[in-house]
Design a protein around this ligand. Structure first.
Ligand SMILES: Cc1cc2nc3c(=O)[nH]c(=O)nc-3n(C[C@H](O)[C@H](O)[C@H](O)COP(=O)(O)OP(=O)(O)OC[C@H]3O[C@@H](n4cnc5c(N)ncnc54)[C@H](O)[C@@H]3O)c2cc1C
Length: 469
């Protein structure tokens, strides 16, 4: 193998940057790492902006502190690796609400993404189907099977638990519907126990017992100064050369690795490298793989995406309840699907002038037409709906921001994990120095994407001949 190694990371989101850091840690000293990012900014869905003179997240807001097995999450481990552990802060208010019949009701505790382990605890918001969650003498889900979350929960707990609890919770993360989303990819811990347990309440309890949480231990964390500090620190630690406004348009195998075609069609740049971490969403990945790895391209290209817009308003002295925010079932007929009271939820964001930052997420899968409306129209609708849900007129905002995320949230259909596994197997057999990473394959969320990037980096190190450290 030529020394030093040259590795391209395509995609400057959190998966690509976590891969770059892991490459720096595991590849031989002197390895040349270059991150190619098509836009003008690194971070992908992590973007800290500014509103009313204060840093605010215009994309992802926080990360899970623990992984599904109860260990420290990969996001926390990365923050530690980057010297940012001291900057992790937790919500000061954790309780959120659900909109039911136009008003706010606290989200019941003890559920797994809305799926209850004890039906009596959710009756304040939904009436579970009586007597359906019986032991049929075999596991809920077959050993290699995947089902939609909605199908499983409807059959055991009835429609109302799906519509009032699971759908809004999953919708808050994926902007999609429980009936369309894969159990294996969106709720891996429950998928594991559903392959053993005979009832759904039993499977939820077993998943919760597998990842016990110390009383009072925080579920979420974010970083003082914003999540973009994670991106900046990762770039520094990786020592990577960063190329912004540098879309990779083609990947061609060579005798020793890969040739990248970078930049505009009229003035392309050709770059030769030994290996590539492909950390872009599934659609652009499928286009890049179509030539060198058509089977893999077909597998990953099946993934569909939802679009959302995040509307953040800075509101002077509003009367807000002591809640972190609320989720809205689609049956309520509102445009808002979730709202976060930033300055209530995060103590470090509270302001002496009493201006509150409220962020609403709008857009559900299949309802993209609403997002065609102008920013001012979306902001006015959000303001009106917030006032209605809170039961009191919200003061006029002093500042606002609309961030559109087109095609940003993967809609993992049942069987997604198998399709990705098959694509990776095909890719590994034909091209072991090209590895996929990120949310298009391994699931949504900062910890999952960090782990995905790190795993990809380790595969590259193995493929190029093992670690020199
Ligand atoms: C609105 C929103 C809110 C979210 N909130 C949270 C949250 O609070 N907590 C949480 O854990 N997760 C959250 N998520 C999910 C999480 O942010 C994502 O799963 C994760 O950031 C995806 O990282 P990634 O690196 O896989 O992809 P991306 O962030 O999509 O990065 C991929 C990068 O590749 C670039 N790219 C694409 N094609 C090319 C090309 N041909 N050449 C070069 N570059 C290219 C893109 O420009 C992009 O920068 C949220 C997601 C969204 C959309």
């Amino acid at each position: 193998m030529r020394q030093p190694w040259r590795v391209a990371v395509v995609g400057g989101g959190i998966a690509g940057l976590a891969a770059a850091v892991r490459l720096r840690d595991r590849a031989p000293a002197g390895t040349e790492i270059t991150v190619y990012e098509q836009s003008g900014a690194l971070g992908g869905k992590l973007r800290t902006g500014e509103l009313a003179g204060q840093p605010v997240e215009f994309g992802a807001e926080s990360f899970l502190m623990r992984d599904p097995a109860g260990a420290e999450s990969a996001a926390v481990a990365l923050a530690r690796r980057l010297g940012l552990a001291e900057k992790i802060v937790h919500p000061t208010v954790g309780q959120a609400a659900l909109v039911v019949d136009g008003g706010l009701r606290p989200i019941p505790g003890g559920t797994l993404v809305g799926v209850p382990g004890d039906l009596d605890r959710v009756t304040s918001v939904a009436r579970p189907l009586a007597g359906a969650d019986t032991d049929g003498g075999r596991p809920l889900v077959g050993p290699d099977a995947d089902v939609s979350v909605g199908a499983l929960v409807r059959s055991r707990f009835g429609d109302e638990v799906v519509e009032r609890l699971v759908d809004p919770m999953l919708g808050g993360v994926y902007a999609g519907r429980a009936d369309d989303l894969s159990l294996v990819t969106t709720m891996p811990a429950l998928a594991r126990t559903a392959r053993v347990e005979h009832t759904l309440t039993g499977a939820v309890r077993a998943a919760q017992a597998a990842a016990p949480r110390a009383p009072g231990a925080p579920v979420f964390g974010t970083l003082l100064g914003g999540l973009s500090t994670l991106i900046e620190a990762a770039v520094t630690a990786s020592g990577a050369t960063v190329r912004r406004d540098a879309a990779v348009r083609e990947l061609t195998p060579t005798d020793t690795g890969w040739r990248l075609t970078v930049g505009p069609t009229r003035d392309p740049e050709l770059v030769d490298v030994d290996a590539v971490v492909l950390a872009v969403p599934a659609r652009p990945a499928a286009r890049l793989l179509a030539g060198p790895a058509p089977v893999a391209a077909a597998g990953v290209g099946e993934l569909d995406y939802a679009s959302v817009a995040l509307v953040t308003l800075a509101v002077p002295q509003p009367q807000l309840p002591e809640l972190s925010g609320f989720l809205v079932p689609s049956t309520e007929g509102l445009l808002i699907k979730a709202a976060t009271f930033f300055t209530t939820k995060w103590g470090h964001l509270r302001r002496p002038d009493g201006v509150a930052l409220v962020r609403a997420s709008v857009g559900r899968y299949g309802e993209e037409a609403h997002l065609q409306r102008p920013d001012a129209d979306l902001a006015a609708t959000v303001h009106r709906e917030l006032s209605a849900v809170l039961g009191t007129p919200l003061p006029a905002p002093v500042d606002g921001h609309v961030q559109r995320w087109g095609g940003a949230l993967p809609q993992y259909a049942p069987g997604h994990a198998d399709r990705v596994a098959a694509a990776r197997t095909a890719l590994r057999a034909a091209h072991p120095t090209l590895v996929l990473a990120g949310a298009g394959y391994d699931g949504v969320g900062i910890p999952v994407c960090v782990r995905s990037g790190e795993t990809a980096a380790e595969e590259i190190v193995t493929a190029l001949g093992g670690s020199a450290r």
